[in-house]
Design a protein around this ligand. Structure first.
Ligand code: AMP
Length: 533
């Protein structure tokens, strides 16, 4: 022993062992492709995860080899979450919503050797398999079962990995440039899990008493780490399988007594719409909180869940590069007893950093911005679960500062109490006459209009001001709104120069593979627009 404390490496076998030893009877439920529920216990899960680890060893892979998954959210995917890293290999979750060309590029860049794929996704796999170096293919509910059947869980031995060994990798779903890979270490994953479990002052009370349903896909930044957190604290897990439509999710919440759930705002907008239409159809008395992240949670949506359905929304911010959870918003201190409107303002912000995460924002002159709720700068982050670089992408090294911070590419302000407010992606912020206009603030305000279902605001070129905002709106079913009406609606809350010059109405806003507004596509669709002022 060289240090003051034991040399105890932070690795995932510790979480696997804890889950099966202390919560053997806790359940993991999956909505299967035939819509029935499959239920088994943490003990069953642990055995099969160890079987997977043993079976993968039998393939003759080298330590650190990549094992990909192309799967929806289900118990077999959870087995991969533990079985792969606990054998010393790297779990690489492929995003099944990407184009086959991107998947081919990503699987090759990562050096994937094995893939575990859902039967329903075989047609997708067929489209890019020839471009990869993958040697072993295991199909869920098929050859994957044979792989496990040939392995004895009792043969599993903790490989006693160094905590800096890679455990998992994800590629960013960036809307420009080639996807970039982030490698998570065992240490960063264990610490992120602890950080998430300990973040209760920020509203994320995941404990053994809870039933957690991750709507966020397991291929989106490791389902924000929740599968690991639930295993560590012993919470019941419910997986929705391939069914992410609001109706089935609401059925899942009711039938499985889900208490906490997590996903991107577009999912919650759909669910809120359905609940508003048929408020009495589901008994959601068990459900108390939902973590919303991945893009800004509109204040009107947070208010809708709280005021009409009695549900708590916790707003989180993070990135693939930050494992991903870095902040969460809940009212602490004086906000705990503040009035409803103030509390809504607080939850609409992205919140305070999780323990061990640090934030700052730097303006165009290289100075740290003041916490005055006004100044904007590029958000930078550091902490034990923030990546130190992209995998095999040296040309992106300038995303890290010399003094050890990651430049997020997000534009942010800070509330005087330290809450971060994400104003935009730096690529999306609108620069009008040298001043920044936050597209996110305008979008959230527009989505509070009763006729507007979705709104995205983009910059369009302008001769005098360089850029001006254009609002692209989707009306709710059976509703319509005029540009004048929307302008009037926004006017009381924004400086005049912030107000969009034009409003266009579309049937749908294009989305990225993880459900965010795809503004690059909108900018192509609207290179210029009718500018009236
Ligand atoms: P990804 O790596 O695909 O999860 O994307 C990370 C990016 O999503 C961040 O850099 C933000 O631009 C955006 N994002 C994530 N959470 C939020 C949030 N709560 N509010 C606003 N933007 C968010």
């Amino acid at each position: 022993m060289k240090g003051l404390m034991m040399d105890f490496q932070l690795t995932l076998p510790t979480i696997l062992k804890r889950a099966e030893t202390y919560f053997p009877h806790q359940e993991i439920v999956t909505r299967m492709p035939d819509r029935s529920f499959h239920t088994y216990t943490f003990a069953d899960f642990g055995k099969r995860a160890r079987q997977l680890a043993v079976a993968l060893k039998g393939l003759g892979l080298a330590p650190g080899d990549r094992v990909a998954t192309l799967c929806w959210n289900h118990y077999q995917h959870l087995e991969a979450y533990l079985g792969i890293p606990c054998a010393g290999y790297v779990l690489h979750t492929l995003n099944l919503r990407l184009h086959p060309n991107d998947l081919g590029y990503i699987a090759t860049h990562a050096g994937d050797k094995v893939v575990i794929v859902d039967r329903s996704l075989l047609p997708l796999w067929e489209q890019f398999k020839d471009r990869t170096e993958i040697e072993h293919v295991f199909v869920v509910e098929d050859s994957y079962e044979e792989l496990l059947a040939g392995a004895n869980a009792d043969d599993y031995e903790d490989p006693r990995l160094d905590e800096d060994t890679a455990a998992a990798m994800c590629y960013t779903s960036g809307t420009t440039g080639m996807p970039k890979g982030v490698l998570y270490s065992h240490r960063s994953t264990v610490l992120h899990t602890l950080g998430e479990a300990l973040a209760s002052p920020l509203g994320l009370h995941v404990t053994e008493k809870e039933t957690f349903l991750p709507v966020v896909p397991m291929f989106h930044a490791n389902a924000w780490g929740y599968p690991y957190t639930c295993l560590m604290v012993g919470a019941k897990l419910v997986f929705p399988g391939p069914f992410l439509d609001p109706e089935t999710l609401l059925d899942d919440f009711e039938q499985q007594g889900v208490t906490i759930t997590a996903g991107v705002p577009t999912i919650w907008m759909g669910i809120l719409g359905m609940l508003d239409k048929e408020p009495a159809r589901w008994d959601l008395s068990s459900l108390h909180s939902m973590l919303v992240g991945g893009s800004a949670a509109p204040r009107a949506m947070i208010a809708g869940f709280r005021q009409r359905h009695g549900k708590t929304v916790v707003h989180g911010w993070g990135m693939t590069e930050t494992s991903p959870l870095a902040t969460a918003s809940d009212y602490v201190g004086e906000f705990r007893t503040a009035d409803e409107e103030t509390q809504l303002d607080v939850v609409a912000m992205q919140g305070l950093p999780l323990p061990l995460v640090e934030l700052r924002a730097i303006d165009d002159d290289g100075n740290e911005i003041a916490w005055d709720g006004e100044a904007m700068g590029e958000l930078q982050v550091r902490g034990p679960w923030v990546a130190a670089g992209y995998y095999d992408t040296p040309e992106q090294a300038d995303r890290w500062t010399d003094d050890g911070w990651f430049k997020t590419g997000d534009i942010a302000s800070f509330h005087p109490k330290g809450y971060v407010m994400i104003k935009d992606r730096s690529k999306d912020v609108i620069k009008s006459g040298g001043e920044w206009i936050s597209s996110v603030d305008l979008e959230n305000a527009l989505m509070a209009h009763p006729c507007i279902a979705e709104a995205a605001v983009i910059a369009i070129p302008h001769e005098k001001w360089d850029e001006r905002p254009l609002a692209v709106c989707v009306c709710r079913e059976g509703e319509s709104a005029s540009p004048d009406e929307l302008r009037e609606f926004l006017a009381p809350n924004f400086a005049k120069f912030w107000l969009p010059d034009a409003y266009v109405f579309v049937d749908e806003i294009p989305k990225t593979a993880v459900g965010k507004f795809r503004k690059t596509a909108l900018r192509e669709q609207f290179p210029t627009a009718p500018v009236t002022s």
